[in-house]
Design a protein around this ligand. Structure first.
Ligand SMILES: *[C@@H]1O[C@H](CO)[C@@H](O)[C@H](O)[C@H]1NC(C)=O
Ligand SMILES: *[C@@H]1O[C@H](CO)[C@@H](O)[C@H](O)[C@H]1NC(C)=O
Length: 467
């Protein structure tokens, strides 16, 4: 086998044509395995290549440098790239556009923008670029040209009208691709990274669905010169791996539009990306923690009305905690003049916690106020008792225990005890009742609020999803 391979190798080396065409064989291929591999690839792949046909034919143009350079030379000679390639039949040049979205990232509410990485493909026909194919080459063969060729021919002045900044890539070479067919049809691919403005409406935040637009058009040519149209069956395609942290998969929709201006009408194309916010983040960061804080503030109703430090502490702590939570969310949003859904949520939760503090204040006040009244009553009665006792004690004969005096003392003591025992409870009872009512009223109202809030916003959230 080795002898046979060596023999064939020498034969191949002696064949100058092959040597010239397949220069790679010279590259240190001395061991038997390598040579065998080269043979196998030549003898098995050549028939396959012929069988494939058209694709192989493309390389007929590009591989044989002689033909390609001759063709390119033929195309460029006498070509003026400043002239718009309007068709001979009249009318504007029609540029068919399609876009491949490589990535979308950083959909940002504060600066209201999003980043994209796109490949924009434009196809038009420039009859000046037509050439005659070498004999035997299939009709749909094309010449591939890079940036050097792209620089020499006319290209449309497509621009993104709502981009804040955009750039093309030039690592390792300018990311431009040009295919030219013999009938003058040109396909011009360019990779662009761009940041687009997106006016977001945050009224329903975080139950919102944002529609962000990307607008393309001719910068300087009116509809009389250039008309852009979407490619019929393939307007926009997206990379399947696009994921956004807060949104579901963006859904694109292509629209035709017209840019009316006093200088003329400009053809334009529009892509509308729909970003639907996912609720998971806000459920775990805003809704559940705040609902728990509100529930926490209700614990106060189960504490004794006299437990002032515990109840005040609980109320103030939950109040501060919810305030911190709300400011955290506020910092990730722009300062807009309208009320957002999340603001309603935080404000209502804060009001609930505030009301539980107020309830405690009322309970405490009721308790102390009635106590103070009791003491007054008690003081008055006590004085009466004291006077009575002094009268008895101050009488000249201390040893006489007249039944009338004893009666007075007993009756006075009874009045005193009665006063104390009947006046103290109403205050305490009032406070207790207030706590009991709050235990039921607060949770019920909060559940009612939860129902109204979530049903309302979730309905809107689902409605925008359908539309
Ligand atoms: C290249 O083209 C020229 C003129 O068309 C021809 O004379 C020459 O033989 C070609 N060379 C090769 C290597 O095919
Ligand atoms: C030119 O040829 C290509 C490839 O065969 C084809 O796709 C394209 O539609 C043709 N253009 C015109 C204007 O006929």
């Amino acid at each position: 086998m080795a002898v046979l391979t060596d023999c064939l190798w020498e034969l191949l080396k002696s064949c100058s044509l092959v040597k010239r065409r397949y220069g790679f064989m010279k590259i240190g291929c001395n061991d038997v395995t390598c040579r065998t591999l080269v043979f196998l690839s030549i003898f098995f792949l050549l028939p396959v290549a012929f069988a494939i046909g058209p694709q192989a034919a493309l390389s007929d143009i590009t591989a044989s440098s002689n033909t390609t350079s001759a063709l390119l030379e033929q195309i460029i000679t006498g070509y003026d790239k400043r002239i718009i390639p309007k068709p001979a039949s009249g009318g504007p040049v029609v540029v068919t556009v399609d876009i491949y979205v490589r990535s979308i990232s950083s959909v940002d509410e504060i600066s209201m923008r999003y980043d994209t990485d796109l490949v924009v493909r434009q196809v038009w026909t420039d009859s000046r670029l037509s050439f005659t194919l070498p004999p035997g080459v299939p009709e749909d063969s094309y010449v591939v040209g890079g940036i050097f060729m792209a620089d020499r021919i006319w290209a449309s002045d497509l621009f993104f009208s709502n981009s804040k900044k955009a750039y093309t890539h030039d690592i390792t070479q300018e990311n431009v691709l040009l295919w030219m067919w013999h009938n003058g049809t040109v396909m011009y691919n360019v990779r662009v990274s761009s940041t687009f403005m997106c006016q977001m409406d945050l009224v329903d935040y975080p139950f919102d669905t944002q529609k962000c637009v990307m607008q393309l058009g001719s910068f300087g040519h009116t509809e009389d010169d250039i008309v852009f149209v979407w490619k019929a069956d393939y307007t926009i395609s997206m990379n399947d791996n696009i994921t956004l942290p807060q949104f579901g998969k963006p859904r694109p929709r292509t629209v035709l539009c017209e840019n009316r201006h006093y200088t003329g009408n400009f053809s334009c194309l529009k892509v509308e990306f729909t970003f639907r916010r996912r609720l998971g983040y806000h459920l775990s960061q805003s809704f559940i923690p705040c609902a728990l804080l509100v529930c926490c503030s209700w614990l106060s109703f189960w504490l004794h009305p006299d437990a002032t430090p515990a109840r005040a502490g609980l109320g103030v702590t939950t109040f501060l905690a919810i305030y911190t939570q709300a400011s955290g969310v506020r910092y990730s949003l722009p300062p807009v003049s309208y009320t957002k859904a999340i603001d309603i949520w935080f404000n209502v939760c804060t009001v609930f916690i505030f009301l539980s503090l107020v309830e405690f204040a009322i309970v405490n006040y009721t308790l102390r106020h009635t106590k103070a009244k009791n003491y007054k009553v008690k003081d008055g009665k006590a004085r009466e008792v004291d006077i009575a006792l002094n009268q008895i004690n101050g009488s000249p004969d201390k040893n006489t225990d007249s039944p009338s005096d004893l009666d007075t003392i007993t009756s006075l003591r009874r009045t005193f005890e009665h006063t104390v025992s009947t006046v103290v409870p109403p205050g305490k009872r009032k406070a207790k009742t207030l706590d009991l009512v709050s235990r039921v009223a607060f949770p019920l109202t909060f559940i009612l609020f939860l129902l109204i809030y979530f049903v309302h916003y979730y309905a809107r959230y689902s409605f925008f999803d359908i539309n």
